[in-house]
Write a protein that binds this ligand. Structure first.
Ligand code: ATP
Length: 268
């Protein structure tokens, strides 16, 4: 099992290299074409924001990349190799972790138990018997190390998650993804329910994850957040890739104009 103490496989990778790529993805729901031939690429070491109006196809795109939805056609490549995810576990096993808006944390458990939820560390039982038990000490040490490495401050690692603020809880969910992701992390609106200060904490955490070498895909409706964090912005409109732009060369008004179709661009 990989934990945060393991180096992400994408760390130090050639920054121009595509870690994740999709070609001509199509997905329809009945007569609704959610993805209409989308090309996508996530480069090593970047935060790529995915933006678009409601119904533009952002969630469907992300779901195909995390194995939650199987596309009707098209190709997905991880590190240049074609992959066919049969479900989210499949994508996880290949090093792709996702964080969704609806927090999947267990409020009554402490932070280490949440970080390792479903992937608990076990130790050999008495006299090395086959009966294994939770290795709470190692989970606590790993959790402390992970939080320190990600520079995420928490009152105490032993706190139950129900006693944390919304931002801290979301931080635990985001950190959990970073702990297990070997290739990349995908986040769907990770700051949607948070106040300004709490959002700041989570944004800093996301930046630290990128700085550790894990590329991040971030879906967000919050343009200031997108401009604060993203290295590139992938703009969707009506199930298509409208453009990919840099926050250094384009303004928020430019991005909104492309999203809404007020300005047409050659697909970037
Ligand atoms: N399970 C589904 N069944 C039927 N239609 C769906 C399903 N999921 C998505 N759609 C439709 O596909 C289109 C794209 O939806 P999607 O959720 O991917 O867009 P989005 O950009 O994420 O929107 P939002 O910002 O509102 O979440 C929409 O027209 C939506 O109604």
């Amino acid at each position: 099992m990989s934990t945060l103490t393991a180096t992400p496989e994408t760390r130090g990778a050639d920054p121009g290299r595509n870690v994740l790529e999709a070609r001509n993805l199509v997905k329809s729901y009945g007569h609704v074409v959610a993805l209409d031939g989308v090309d996508f690429e996530l480069r090593a070491g970047e935060i790529l924001a995915v933006v678009g109006d409601n119904g533009a196809g952002k969630s469907t795109l992300i779901k195909t990349l995390t194995g939650a939805v199987v596309p009707d056609s098209g190709e997905i490549l991880l590190d240049g190799q074609p992959v066919h995810f049969k479900g989210p576990l499949d994508a996880r096993h290949r090093g792709i972790e996702a964080v969704y808006q609806d927090l999947a944390v267990a409020p009554a458990l402490d932070i280490p138990s949440n970080l390792f939820l479903g992937r608990e560390l076990l130790s050999l039982g008495l006299l090395g018997s086959v009966f294994r038990r939770l290795d709470k000490r190692r989970m606590r040490e790993e959790a402390e190390r992970a939080m320190a490495e990600l520079k995420f401050r928490l009152p105490s690692i032993a706190s139950r998650v129900e006693n944390l603020s919304g931002g801290q809880r979301q931080g635990v969910a985001v950190a959990r993804a970073a702990v297990f992701a070997r290739k990349l992390v995908i986040m769907d609106e990770p700051t949607a329910a948070l106040g300004v200060r709490e959002t700041g904490q989570v944004l800093e955490l996301i930046r630290n994850i990128r700085d550790r070498g894990l590329p991040v895909v971030l879906i967000s409706h919050n343009m200031p957040n997108v401009f604060e964090l993203a290295d590139r912005i992938f703009i969707m409109r009506l199930g298509r890739r409208a453009a990919v732009v840099s926050p250094k060369t384009h303004t928020m008004a430019d991005v909104v104009a492309i999203m809404t179709g007020a300005v047409k661009v050659e697909a970037g």
